[in-house]
Design a protein around this ligand. Structure first.
Ligand SMILES: [Cu+2]
Length: 413
């Protein structure tokens, strides 16, 4: 398995397996079983939500303890014990350390490399702390994702029970913030605007973490609403004004792309003529929406994508980056009927639609007829390999000169 870390200037492979032990000053010795092990987590989540933090954020252990972090959610993270390491240091692409790593407190840093979590079989990275001190840990992918390990020779230290309790409490707090933001967005309903031709434009929104700031910490990996009910002739506009990249992708199973070798960040948009989705089975892809990974060759990211739906049917779509985190959606298109009455979508922000046939009233209803020629089961499994281990993220490394955006991608998996 190989990962590549693409930076604006330096592009070099970081192969997790390509470690030269001689370069690991003070490392590499076999771990003595003297200090016990504390288990913690790096990142966690549930469908639609990614909590990007060290769980717990702070640990106190005695000298000789091994801290074993597991990566339980398909969002990429890394452990950087930046004992003097800066983002500029990382630009020189240090080899990722192997786990477990015997940290003597003298070596400049410990770097896990990028690790994609897996709920079913979480990968781990362990560090044995041999010297007392306060050590800061961070993840360069998610600004604000910081933690600390306090290593003491004696005195009070965490037990597995206190670690687990604090991790659970911190997770509950973070996921609560995300769910409140999602609930608030859901309560707003759908923005519908009548167009000049009488059709309606429905807006599907993607959210920053806390519903306001463009936090790169915790993510809400959802479309709002996840299912939108429209009438043939109407359009849907997806908005991603956040710093978290997403896509709107239909019929990925017909993309001709090989999930085993495709970098989802490099898939160019596939936009039908006139932005008309005709109900067919052709691959339709927005490309990256949001703030673009700026490395050479990446397409410029738009912040919105619009399709007009002309044929009745129920059309599933995914975010090519986050399907494995539950980021999927459906557009239910009802057949056009004679406009005899005014149906009211859940909320109208700017004008009242006058010609809609009655849409399905609930978000989960998918009673619209299936189109005869579409493989609309985009989320049914054909493309899961794209996201089996989580896919990609934009790295935003704050530097003294500002914010340097760095794209992180994976391939060859
Ligand atoms: Cu996404």
């Amino acid at each position: 398995m190989k990962f590549r870390l693409h930076k604006r200037v330096t592009v070099a492979a970081v192969a997790a397996a390509a470690i030269v032990p001689a370069l690991i000053i003070g490392g590499g010795s076999a771990l003595a079983d003297d200090g016990g092990t504390i288990n913690a987590k790096v990142g966690a989540g549930e469908p639609g939500y990614s909590v990007n933090s060290f769980l717990p954020e702070s640990l106190t252990v005695t000298t000789g303890t091994t801290v074993n972090w597991s990566f339980t959610w398909p969002e990429p993270h890394m452990i950087v014990l930046d004992n003097g390491l800066t983002p500029e240091d990382l630009a020189s692409e240090p080899p990722a350390d192997t786990s477990p790593f015997d940290f003597d407190g003298v070596r400049k840093y410990v770097y896990s490399g990028t690790i994609f979590g897996d709920p079913a079989n979480p990968p781990t990275f362990a560090i044995k702390f041999e010297k007392a001190g306060d050590y800061h840990i961070t993840c360069f992918i998610h600004p604000g994702m910081d933690g600390e390990v306090k290593v003491v020779d004696s005195g009070d230290a965490d037990t597995q029970a206190t670690v687990d309790a604090r991790a659970a409490q911190e997770y509950a707090t973070d996921i609560g913030v995300l769910k409140a933001a999602a609930a608030a967005q859901t309560a707003k309903g759908v923005t519908v605007t009548q167009q000049a031709d009488g059709s309606n434009l429905y807006e599907v929104d993607m959210l920053p973490a806390a519903g306001g700031s463009n936090s790169m910490r915790d993510y809400i990996q959802q479309f709002f609403p996840p299912s939108v009910d429209i009438t043939a002739g109407d359009s849907v506009k997806w908005n991603n004004p956040t710093g978290v990249p997403h896509t709107v992708t239909f019929n990925v199973q017909n993309s001709g792309l090989d999930p085993a070798t495709t970098d989802p960040f490099s898939v160019p948009p596939a936009v039908p003529a006139g932005n008309v989705f005709d109900g067919g089975s052709a691959f339709v892809h927005s490309g990256i929406l949001g703030i673009a990974p700026p490395e050479e060759g990446a397409q410029t990211a738009e912040q919105s994508f619009t399709l007009k739906f002309t044929k009745a049917g129920s059309y599933d779509y995914i975010c090519l980056l986050h399907e494995s985190q539950g980021m999927t959606g459906t557009v239910n298109v009802a057949a056009q009927t004679t406009p005899t009455s005014t149906a009211t979508p859940s909320q109208t922000s700017t004008s009242t639609p006058t010609s809609s046939a009655t849409p399905s009233p609930t978000k989960t209803t998918t009673t619209a007829p299936q189109p005869p020629d579409t493989g609309s089961g985009a989320g049914d499994g054909g493309n899961n390999a794209f996201l089996l281990l989580g896919v990609a993220a934009a790295l935003f490394i704050a530097t003294g000169a500002g914010v340097t955006a760095v794209a992180l991608k994976r391939r060859d998996f």
